[in-house]
Design a protein. Structure first.
Length: 393
């Protein structure tokens, strides 16, 4: 069943104001998410924060259930976090690393993740094994498997990179991880809400994601998935009275499930609205949403590539809605400024945000245009027409 595009756009107030090709930055929230967010904030203002949380407990708990349904997990395996980076950090900094332990990652590794690896290398003497790409530009799974040794403690993969349309073969990596019994942490920040993600099919032990991007939830929200069998592989970097119970003067007991990685104080309105965003996506159907995102992305790549002087940089056998490009003579920042003036939202892809991939491919600063299901073919044509005018001037 195809998506009702008219309904999607009617549900998205921002469509009346901007051409939004910055969904890999933050998607435009649909009306049900806005209603959930605003409604809770109003309730807090009228009856108090604690009281509003109590009144919204059913909706709050449904956020766990909705996320679990979306990714094929159990609600007890979900922790609600303030963003994807902190979710990822809870796992990485929770590993009991020792000198000589090895972590495997790939060229697509995001800056925040790689900075954490460098810090743990400095602190604990771990080693970082960076796996190159295969002929299609995605992580070389055979090389990854060959790099595993008895000192390999963790595999860290970015599912969809920040600087291109590539969708990495996460399931193939999962098969390798399981075959060698190596824990597997998947950064799904750009993939959840864009492509179908099932943690059992992927085979990851941990997964981090955000609410603000393709899920179209509020900023300041995210989640962490921890497989029940993997709970004891990591120790939460910090605990509070929500994550653990102070059972005696000198003893504590951690929460039974993934909630041990949460903390007490948080963005309740955002978490309730995140649940509304996930329910909205589930109603639409993730496969149908991805089909339209991928079609919009393919159309945008095709039209941009036909413009003289434009280079499009997306790799991979499977691609999504992120499209990166530059011009051979005009600075990307200048192009973006012109798009901003036309209320056309894009972002930049700066080499230092994914330095390993950028240096391997000698990438410049690029325009990152990221489409969603609510974008139209007419918007793609109008956008590429403006780009063509800007670089021809």
């Amino acid at each position: 069943m195809s998506l009702d595009l008219a309904r999607l756009r009617a549900d998205t107030p921002g469509c009346d104001h901007v051409l939004h090709f910055n969904n890999a930055g933050a998607g435009l929230m649909p009306q049900p998410v806005l209603d959930a967010l605003h409604g809770h904030l109003v309730r807090e203002s009228l009856i108090g924060g604690y009281e509003a949380h109590h009144a919204a407990e059913e909706a709050y708990q449904d956020t766990y259930a909705a996320i679990a349904e979306l990714i094929g997990a159990d609600a007890s395996e979900i922790a609600l976090m303030e963003n994807a980076t902190r979710a990822w950090d809870q796992v990485f900094y929770g590993m009991d690393f020792k000198a000589g332990d090895r972590v495997i990652t790939a060229h697509a590794s995001y800056a925040s993740n790689y900075l954490a690896m460098l810090q743990q290398k400095k602190r604990h003497g771990i080693e970082i094994d960076v796996i190159g790409d295969d002929g299609h530009g995605q992580v070389d799974v055979a090389a990854l498997e060959a790099a595993i040794t008895d000192r390999t403690r963790l595999i860290c993969l970015t599912h969809v990179p920040t600087n291109g349309g590539l969708v990495n073969p996460a399931e193939a990596v999962g098969k390798v991880a399981r075959r060698h019994n190596v824990p597997y942490l998947l950064d799904a920040c750009q993939s959840v809400g864009q492509v179908a993600v099932n943690v059992d099919e992927i085979g990851c032990d941990f997964l981090s994601s955000t609410g603000r991007k393709y899920l179209r939830g509020p900023r300041g929200t995210g989640f962490l998935y921890v497989r029940t069998e993997a709970l004891d592989l990591i120790e939460p970097p910090f605990l509070d009275l929500h994550a653990a119970d102070w059972v005696s003067r000198d003893a504590y007991e951690m929460a039974a499930g993934a909630s041990r990685f949460e903390n007490w104080e948080g963005y309740v309105a955002g978490k309730v609205a995140l649940g509304a965003a996930v329910r909205y996506l589930l109603e639409l159907g993730q496969d149908q949403v991805y089909e339209r995102i991928a079609a919009n992305g393919a159309l945008l790549r095709e039209q941009l590539a036909s413009i003289p002087g434009i280079s499009v940089y997306d790799l991979g056998l499977r691609k999504g809605g992120i499209v990166t490009f530059s011009h051979n003579a005009i600075n990307a920042r200048q192009i973006k400024a012109g798009l901003d003036e036309r209320a056309m939202n894009v972002n930049l892809a700066v080499p230092k945000w994914a330095r390993l991939d950028a240096e391997a491919r000698d990438l410049p600063i690029m325009i990152r245009a990221s489409v969603h299901a609510y974008n139209t073919e007419e918007e793609v044509a109008r956008f590429t027409s403006v780009v063509a005018e800007a670089v021809a001037a």
